[in-house]
Design a protein around this ligand. Structure first.
Ligand code: MG
Length: 297
């Protein structure tokens, strides 16, 4: 099933959690299934196996979906992540090569060990919301289409073979990057953490719908032009390795978001580079999850 956060188009409308119909045209409030959670973070942390079974069963009924999506505002499934998003750098071989060709000193990978970094996310825009261009501060604005994993229960010391048990679901994340800030400050944190730099959506697809490890088509388009085109089984370090390794020393709390890295075809990978400008529209897409569409404002 596909879980969403959305709100009515009134001023001060309170966001609600719901289900998205298979064709993406209609929504249903979670409460119409008799399951009540105030927000997605609370749901991920507290939902029981029985409640998940109820939702899974009810989500198959087409008559459940009575709210046309054009009548509401779709938000990111987790508009306010509880912690920084954990990210993988240089986790597709050809992307590591294009990054090294762009700025060798800033994109060094140590081969046998994943590159981990994080993004601060005060508010994650959903599909349809704008990415601010931060004119005057940001040059070389870039996109990165990524598969993000949502942890479903506190994970510590997890064996690689048990990792799937700790996953709640998956979403599409655009790891928006200001390349000048990213490389100038040595650590990537500032250039990855500006307001609006972590769009996510359109939904969370629960793990029961996606075989593990996920082998899904992943793309990005800018103004309709195909830029990235790969599959999520091309990760250098797989999700089992990532979660197992991190959880050896840090508890990954329920609700933790881990973005698994981006394939080749980002703006800095082209010669000449194709960075984003105001008015562009970026679409990041993953099979079985959907399209994350964001204009640059
Ligand atoms: Mg990235």
């Amino acid at each position: 099933m596909r879980l969403i956060t959305f709100k009515a188009k009134e001023n001060d409308a309170v966001p609600a959690v719901g289900l998205l119909s298979p064709d993406g045209s209609h929504a249903a409030l979670l409460s119409s299934c008799g399951v009540v959670y105030r927000d997605m973070n609370g749901l991920i942390e507290k939902i029981t196996g029985e409640e998940m079974d109820i939702l899974r069963e009810k989500s198959k009924d087409p008559s459940l979906y009575t709210i046309p999506m054009e009548d509401v505002i779709l938000m990111s499934p987790i508009p306010y992540p509880m912690q920084d998003v954990i990210c993988l750098g240089l986790n597709y071989t050809e992307h590591a090569m294009e990054a090294a060709a762009y700025a060798k000193d800033s994109f060094v990978s140590k081969d046998r060990y994943p590159v981990y970094f994080s993004k601060r996310v005060n508010y994650a825009p959903g599909s349809g919301e704008a990415i601010p261009s931060h004119e005057g501060l940001v040059e070389r604005l870039d996109y990165e289409s990524e598969l993000a994993v949502i942890i479903g229960k506190d994970a510590y010391g997890v064996d690689p073979s048990d990792v799937e048990e700790y996953i709640f679901g998956y979403t599409v994340l655009n790891d928006v990057s200001a390349r000048v800030l990213q490389t100038r400050h040595t650590q990537w944190y500032f250039g990855k953490s500006l307001d609006g730099f972590t769009p996510m959506g359109p939904c969370i697809t629960t793990k029961d719908e996606i075989a593990f490890p996920p082998k899904l088509a992943i793309t990005s388009h800018v103004n309709g032009e195909l830029r990235q085109n790969s599959t999520t089984d091309m990760l250098i370090f797989g999700i089992d390795r990532i979660i197992s390794e991190l959880s050896r020393g840090m508890t990954l709390k329920a609700g933790t978001i881990i973005s698994t890295g981006t394939p080749k075809g980002v703006g800095m990978g082209f010669d000449p580079p194709k960075f984003l400008k105001k008015g562009d529209v970026v679409t990041c897409s993953i099979e079985k999850i959907g399209d994350l569409v964001n204009p640059i404002a």
